[in-house]
Design a protein around this ligand. Structure first.
Ligand code: GDP
Ligand code: MG
Length: 752
């Protein structure tokens, strides 16, 4: 048996799907999280039932590719029952879709979800009354709390036993008459669900008129005899109005509202959080707070802003060899660490450091030099470099998940829409972009929620600029090393700044594209804002666990394989002679690196670096496979460069420190290096996704070029402005000239 879950976006379909099938699919408190159908099995009935989670839809007349998936599934795959999930806190609007599903010849059960939230608000739905009026079973459930789910499934199972004929709420006599005529004609052609198709044909639905071209003429002829005072011959509006009219007259009476006047808590919070002037500063402040909690080595700036006043543990006369003191040093050592840094310290100093230390000690016993070198540097250092960032990645994701699940991220899209909508960038497009903070791949797939193909292309292109989890090690390691080595700034400021730079680059790039090569109408942003709610512990943990599994799996597969390859090509010359660590400059890797290196001179990590400068270029290239590789590459090569054992703590950071020492690279160049990696061609998997989501090979090729050019410009700007501040005027002048050029060109085009 096969049940389909259908409903509006954000009504809780995926939550119910997870509860039914025990899956851990992504749930987010914003519309449009699920863009493809997903299947699982429910086992608590007499027979196993296949459950299909469909993308959210507001109506069965689809506008976007992912809406088509849902419509076609319900119509063509003949599920045994459609479970129509209805958000009880938003009854009227949700029932709009219900009235359309009811027109199909398929068993339907309505799941009245969010019963818990409804109860909290004090409102009440009379389920019995609603059931009588709708004419199919209605079950009140809470997908989140797992209430009523088994009853829902039993009633769906019972409903699935006998066929059901479609029924419509379009009872207005003239309209009903018109629909009935078309229905009879379609039934004569043996069309399945004739009622549904008849209504859609009358509405003039695009997919239907294509599918039933021969009937369209007849429908037009029928329509001629029919004119309406308010809508003329706009049958789509006419039908929609009739549906809403019926819903508010007949169904809505089942809802007993406690109090219609008072502002809900969500409304009150939104007065502040989505405030016209305060919205963006509040968003930036929240973002900074997150980075501060995750990365700051000077928590709440307790140690002051300039030179710190707090004594180190050694100053206090403590024995740093003592294990208890070492634990204490993870929390406080001359400054108070933020929670993210504390967890990271514990993980690295107590777990990873010791574990890998023991391991490399054991490997030394093998005695064969190249084998020891290969295992210790080719395998262990590379892995350690990447794994050392796991805790901070998880902490950052915890915060992002909280923002998402609480409903705040949807507000961010709303705020940004208000500012950038005028310039061709809609709030809807910000949703996938914000998803990009997690991983570009689901984010690019999520662009299927965008109706306009040009907007979609532009969005896919800038998604990688929203720095993903895999890029985090680059930011953290380099920011940490800058603080250690140059004593400038705080790691949290640098990481925050880089994230903001990525977002700003994305916005500028989209605006430029939307006003030049990717012009198009901005569809109005009609997403309604979901209610705020407390994030669910369970769903947060599922999120983190997924992230953790994914990261570790990647570390032991693709990253491990890459570091092994890097070790080999850095220890062999082109004539396949094995090289000792000191001879690495003669290796295949170094030769290639040195050849390309001069290209990066304007970015600060090219010809101006000493001997080892090619390492940066090589690291950036290995990042094309997986972004974690950038730091893993430093890990593999660091031993050759300093020629001795590495300091045990802060694995990833110490590798970058080694690189700074060896190459003499400057702070602006390091920041430019981060910027380059953040905005250049993303990892292999993301590139493949982009290829699949972009409309053509040509547009994909342009996208690759776009990434290269953007990263080059952004990194060059960072480096030059960081090194010679006055160059900012040159960049600004160039930006102004280009903008004026675009405006002028568009004016002229319009005039023609
Ligand atoms: P979908 O877009 O329909 O797949 O909806 P999701 O399953 O992603 O859920 C959207 C939001 O509604 C999430 O934040 C869920 O935690 C929340 N949610 C889902 N079911 C319930 C419920 O029964 N009660 C409450 N209070 N929230 C729910
Ligand atoms: Mg979903």
């Amino acid at each position: 048996m096969n049940f389909a879950l259908a409903g509006n976006p954000n009504c809780g379909k995926t939550t119910l799907f997870n509860a039914l099938t025990g899956s851990t699919a992504h749930v987010g408190n914003w519309p449009g999280v699920t863009v493809d159908k997903r299947e699982g099995t429910y086992k608590k009935l007499e027979q196993k039932v296949q459950i299909v989670d469909l993308p959210g839809i507001y109506s069965l007349s689809p506008y976007t590719p992912e809406e088509v998936i849902s419509r076609n599934y319900i119509l063509d795959e003949h599920p045994d029952c459609v479970i129509n999930i209805v958000d009880a806190t938003n009854l009227e609007r949700n029932l709009y879709l219900t009235t359309q599903i009811l027109e199909i010849d398929v068993p339907v059960v309505v799941a009245l979800n969010m019963a818990d939230a409804l109860e909290k608000s004090g409102d009440r739905v009379d389920v019995k009354a609603l059931e009588e009026k709708i004419g199919v079973p209605v079950v009140s459930i809470s997908a989140l709390k797992g209430q009523g789910i088994d009853e829902l499934m039993q009633r769906a199972y019972a409903a699935a036993q006998r066929p059901r004929e479609g029924r419509t709420v379009l009872q207005d006599s003239a309209l009903a008459h018109l629909i009935r005529d078309v229905q009879i004609a379609l039934a004569g052609q043996n069309v399945a669900s004739p009622l549904f198709h008849a209504v859609k044909l009358v509405e003039g639905d695009e997919l239907e008129t294509k599918a039933h071209a021969s009937t369209v003429k007849m429908v037009e002829a029928f329509k001629k005899t029919f004119t309406d005072d308010t809508f003329g011959d706009d049958f789509e509006a006419l039908v929609a109005d009739a549906r809403y009219g019926y819903i508010s007259k007949n169904f809505a009476s089942a809802l007993h509202k406690k109090n219609t006047q008072a502002l809900t808590k969500s409304d009150k919070a939104d007065r502040v959080l989505t405030n016209r002037w305060g919205g963006i500063p509040i968003f930036l402040a929240i973002l900074f707070a997150i980075f501060h909690l995750t990365f700051s080595e000077n928590f709440l700036f307790l140690n002051g802003f300039g030179d710190g006043w707090m004594p180190t543990l050694e100053d206090l006369g403590m024995d740093t060899g003592n294990f208890g003191v070492q634990l204490l040093a993870c929390v406080y050592d001359g400054t108070v660490y933020s929670p993210g840094v504390i967890i990271n310290n514990l993980w690295n100093n107590v777990i990873v450091g010791n574990l890998f230390g023991l391991l490399s000690g054991a490997v030394e016993n093998i005695g064969v030099d190249w084998v020891v070198g290969f295992i210790n540097n080719g395998i262990i250092e590379g892995l350690a470099a990447v794994l050392s960032f796991l805790p901070q990645i998880l902490v950052l994701f915890l915060f992002f998940s909280i923002l998402e699940d609480s409903g705040y991220m949807a507000r961010v899209a709303f705020i940004l829409d208000r500012i950038f909508g005028k310039f061709g960038l809609s709030g809807r497009a910000f949703m996938p972009m914000i998803m990009g903070f997690g991983c570009s791949i689901p984010a690019m797939i999520n662009t299927r929620t965008l109706a306009d193909q040009k907007e979609r292309t532009a969005t896919v292109r800038v998604i990688p600029f929203f720095s993903c989890g895999a890029k985090l090690p680059i930011l953290t390691a380099i920011a940490g090393a800058i603080v250690v080595q140059f004593g400038v700034g705080n790691a949290d400021f640098i990481t925050f700044g880089m994230y903001v730079l990525g977002v700003a680059t994305a916005i500028v790039a989209v605006l430029v594209m939307r006003n030049t090569t990717m012009r198009g109408e901005v569809p109005p942003f009609i997403m309604e804002l979901p209610a705020y709610h407390l994030p669910q512990f369970k769903s947060l943990m599922i999120h983190l666990w997924d992230k953790c599994k994914h990261f570790i799996k990647k570390a032991f597969t693709i990253i491990l394989a890459s570091t092994i390859v890097i070790w080999f090509i850095s220890h062999f010359s082109f004539d396949w002679k094995f090289l000792a660590d000191e001879q690495i400059n003669e290796s295949i890797l170094a030769s290639i690196g040195m050849f390309v290196q001069p290209l990066f001179t304007p970015l600060g990590f090219g010809a101006q670096l000493q001997n080892w400068g090619w390492v940066f270029v090589v690291a950036a290239v290995t990042g094309l496979i997986a972004k974690e590789n950038v730091i893993a590459t430093f890990g593999v090569l660091a031993a050759c460069i300093i020629g001795s054992a590495l300091p045990e703590d802060e694995e990833g950071i110490s590798y970058v420190v080694a690189m700074i020492d060896a190459t003499g690279i400057t702070v602006p160049a390091l920041i430019a290096f981060i910027a380059f990696n953040m905005t250049t061609i993303p990892c292999f998997a993301a590139v493949a996704t982009a290829r699949a989501e972009l409309p053509s090979k040509k547009s994909f090729n342009w996208t690759l070029l776009f990434w290269l050019v953007t990263s080059y410009i952004v990194a060059a700007a960072v480096y030059t402005v960081g090194s010679w501040w006055w160059t900012i005027f040159l960049w600004l002048a160039a930006a102004v000239l280009i903008s004026l050029g675009i405006v002028w060109f568009n004016r002229r085009k319009k005039a023609v």
